[in-house]
Ligand binder design. Structure first.
Ligand code: CAO
Length: 423
C-alpha cells in the first residue's frame, strides 16, 4: 500500500475562501492530486485578503491551500469551458463552494457533469440545503453560526455583553469542509461498489447544527420538563427557562459534568490566566483530596451532583481561591495528579510555540517560494503508517502549463489559450 492512501484520486478544486479549500486541503494532505481552478489574474480572493507581506499570497490563502496545484482558467470563456470538460472526464471528484446557482450559470449543471463522466462525484458547500426556504442566500461563517443554532446558545444570558455570540472557531466554514470530506470519501467508496458517482452536498447551516446536537437535546429536555438542571441559571434564576427556549449558558459544561473557567494567578493582567475545571461525578473524591476538603466526600450537600448544583458557583469560587496563588500551569499540574479533566486556557501565541504541537506535526513550518516560509496548522488526523507532509500552497497559475500538458494540449494550443486570456 502506498503510504498516501488517497494517491491516484484526482480532484478538481473549484473552491474559494475557507469552507471548500479546508476540505480539499485535507484530501491533498492524504495524497489526492488536488488541482485548484482559479480565475486568471486574481485567483481565490483570500490570496490578497489581510496580507502581511506585500506582494505575497496572504496567510489566509497559504494556510488553506497547501499541497495543491493551481491552474488558472476562465470557465466563462469557451476555451476555459472546454478545458474544464476535459478535466471532468478525467477526474474523480469536483468540489465547489460558489454562491447558489453559479455552477449552473457557468453551464456545469449536475446533468451535464454526469453526461461527461457518470463516475464523477460533485461535492458542494452552500449556506443552506437544496430546497430550503433560504437556499438563495449567500453565506459566510458568522451567518452560518447564527442560522445553525451556535450563536443563540453561545455567550452570556445576562449583563452588558449578553446576546447571541459568535465563536472564533470556524464552525460554519472549516467544519462544513470537514463534513464534506467525509461525504466525498463515502461517495468514493460507494462508487467502488456501483461504478456510479453522485452529488454530495453539505450546507453550512446543517454542519453547524450537527455540532449543536447537544443544544437540540437540551431544547427537547426543556420542552418536556421545563428546566435544565446543569445550566448555571438552575435553580436560582428559573425565569431564564420561562420562555421555553434553551438559554445561553456562558462557560458552563455542556454535558452531565459541570465545568467553569476559573481565574489563576495573574488574571488581572494576563487575559488568558485561566483554566477550565470539570467536576466529573465519579471524580468527586479525588477533587476533595486535591482541594484538601476530605469532609466534602460524605457531606450530602456536596457528594452528589444534585447536592452540589444549588451551590455549584460557590464550589467553583472555592477552587478559584485555592488556585489564586498558582499559575494556570501549576494549577493543572496539581489537578492532573488527581485525574481531573482540566487544561490551561492557551493563547494563539502559546499554541504557535507549543513544543508538543510542533513535535506532533500539528503546527508546521512550510517553505514558500515568495514568503520564505510560513507556519500553519498541520493535519489534526494522525495515522500509524503515514505522516501527512505539508507542502507550500501554489502560486497563482503555477501549474497551469503542466496541467494543460497533462490533459494533452500542445505547447501551441497552450499559447493560444494564454493569448486569449482563457488561462
Ligand atoms: N472563471 C470565471 N468565472 C468564475 C470563476 C472562474 N474560474 N470562478 C468563479 N467565477 C464566477 C462564478 O461563476 C460567479 O459568477 P456569476 O455570479 O456571474 O454566476 C462569480 O464568480 C462569483 O461567485 P460567488 O457567488 O461564489 O462569489 P461571491 O464572492 O459573490 O460570494 C460567497 C462568496 C462565499 C458568499 C459565496 O460563494 C457562497 O455563498 N458560497 C457558498 C457558501 C460558502 O461556501 N460560504 C463560505 C465561504 S468561506 O467563508
Amino acid at each position: 500500500m502506498s503510504n498516501k492512501p488517497l494517491q491516484g484520486i484526482k480532484i478538481i478544486d473549484f473552491t474559494h475562501v475557507q469552507a471548500g479549500p479546508a476540505c480539499t486541503q485535507l484530501l491533498a494532505w492524504f495524497g489526492a492530486d488536488v488541482i485548484k481552478v482559479e480565475r486568471p489574474g486574481s485567483g481565490d480572493v483570500t490570496r490578497s485578503q489581510l496580507r502581511d507581506v506585500p506582494g505575497a499570497d496572504a496567510l489566509y490563502f497559504t494556510m488553506l491551500n497547501s499541497n495543491k496545484r493551481s491552474l488558472t482558467l476562465d470557465t466563462k470563456k469557451a476555451e476555459g469551458k472546454a478545458v474544464l470538460e476535459k478535466m471532468i472526464k478525467e477526474s474523480d471528484v469536483m468540489v465547489e463552494n460558489f454562491g447558489p446557482g453559479a455552477l449552473d450559470r457557468m453551464g456545469f449543471t449536475w446533468e451535464h457533469i454526469q453526461s461527461l463522466n457518470p463516475g464523477m462525484i460533485l461535492a458542494s458547500v452552500k449556506g443552506f440545503s437544496d430546497g430550503h426556504h433560504y437556499e438563495d442566500l449567500k453565506v459566510y461563517e458568522n451567518v452560518a453560526q447564527c442560522a445553525g443554532g451556535a450563536a443563540s446558545t453561545t455567550g452570556y444570558w445576562k449583563g452588558e455583553n449578553s446576546g447571541p455570540t459568535i465563536s472564533s472557531a470556524a464552525l460554519g466554514d472549516s467544519n462544513t469542509g470537514m463534513h464534506l470530506a467525509i461525504g466525498i470519501l463515502t461517495a468514493y467508496i460507494g462508487r467502488q461498489k456501483t461504478g456510479k458517482g453522485q452529488k454530495v452536498a453539505v450546507s453550512m447551516q446543517d454542519a453547524v447544527l450537527n455540532l449543536c446536537r447537544v443544544k437540540m437535546r437540551d431544547q427537547l429536555r426543556l420542552d418536556k420538563i421545563g428546566y435544565l438542571e446543569e445550566y448555571p441559571q438552575y435553580p436560582h434564576e428559573m425565569d431564564a427557562f420561562k420562555d421555553g427556549v434553551v438559554p445561553r449558558g456562558a462557560n458552563a459544561g455542556g454535558g452531565g459534568q459541570p465545568g467553569w473557567i476559573l481565574k489563576c494567578k495573574g488574571w488581572e493582567t494576563d487575559p488568558n490566566a485561566y483554566i477550565y475545571f470539570t467536576i466529573q461525578g465519579h471524580a468527586w473524591g479525588p477533587i476533595c483530596d486535591a482541594l484538601g476538603k476530605p469532609e466534602w466526600k460524605d457531606d450530602p450537600a456536596y457528594n452528589t451532583p444534585q447536592g452540589r448544583q444549588p451551590h455549584i458557583m460557590e464550589i467553583f469560587g472555592f477552587i478559584e481561591k485555592f488556585i489564586s496563588d498558582k499559575t494556570k500551569y501549576e494549577a493543572v499540574d496539581i489537578f492532573r495528579k488527581f485525574d481531573i479533566p482540566c487544561a490551561p486556557v492557551l493563547s494563539m501565541k502559546e499554541l504557535l510555540h507549543d513544543k508538543s504541537l510542533r513535535a506532533s506535526g500539528s503546527i508546521v513550518e512550510v517553505p514558500h517560494k515568495v514568503r520564505g516560509s510560513y507556519f500553519t496548522v498541520g493535519s489534526p488526523i494522525k495515522f500509524s503508517d503515514m505522516k501527512p507532509e505539508v507542502t507550500a500552497s501554489p502560486l497563482l497559475g503555477e501549474h497551469t502549463d503542466d496541467v494543460l500538458a497533462e490533459l494533452g494540449y500542445s505547447a501551441d494550443q497552450i499559447k493560444v489559450m494564454h493569448d486569449a486570456n482563457a488561462v
